[in-house]
Design a protein around this ligand. Structure first.
Ligand SMILES: [Zn+2]
Ligand SMILES: [Zn+2]
Ligand SMILES: [Zn+2]
Length: 161
């Protein structure tokens, strides 16, 4: 006869949640809920959207708790705020493995993601040269996407004299 365990299995903890715990942070309900929403949406979300989605899941997690969790995650380089286009409202992005990369089209504002950046040697170099400890980076290139490259040059934006 197999005995049923006295307690239900602990809820699934993502790698990020485990990292938080390993670094000595308590996995409070608010922190876990905020992290879950960030992970479910892929991590491109404004703080207002985040507050909204968290309150849909659990209205006991208030706005202040969401902002405190977001501050903590930002300090730990789990997320970074980014200002895409002319927006003055930051969008929070997850930094999987401590980094996140965008190519932003300056014409249509499309964001292209890519994984590999090859910046590990630069990180090492900076740490040695400047005596710093780096926990992550957010890299953004600006230029034209393939569709916009095919479009004719926009006369209005080109000086013609
Ligand atoms: Zn474009
Ligand atoms: Zn992104
Ligand atoms: Zn990178």
């Amino acid at each position: 006869m197999t005995q049923h365990p006295a307690h239900p299995a602990p809820p699934f903890l993502s790698a990020r949640a485990q990292r938080l715990r390993q670094q000595g942070y308590k996995l409070t309900h608010a922190r876990l809920t905020v992290l879950r929403v960030l992970e479910q949406c892929g991590g491109h979300i404004t703080s207002a959207e985040l507050v909204d989605r968290v309150s849909h899941i659990d209205e006991s997690v208030g706005r202040a708790s969401v902002f405190r969790a977001l501050d903590l995650f930002t300090r730990l380089s789990l997320v970074r705020p980014t200002y895409i286009g002319t927006s003055s409202t930051p969008t929070y992005v997850l930094l999987p493995d401590g980094h996140h990369h965008h190519i932003i089209c300056t014409r249509c504002s499309k964001v292209i993601e890519f994984e590999d950046c090859g910046l590990a040697p630069l990180k090492k170099n900076l740490e040695e040269r400047l005596h710093v400890q780096l926990s992550g980076h957010l890299l953004e290139f600006y230029g034209l996407c393939p569709e916009c490259m095919r479009l004719p040059v926009d006369d209005a934006s080109v000086a013609d004299d």
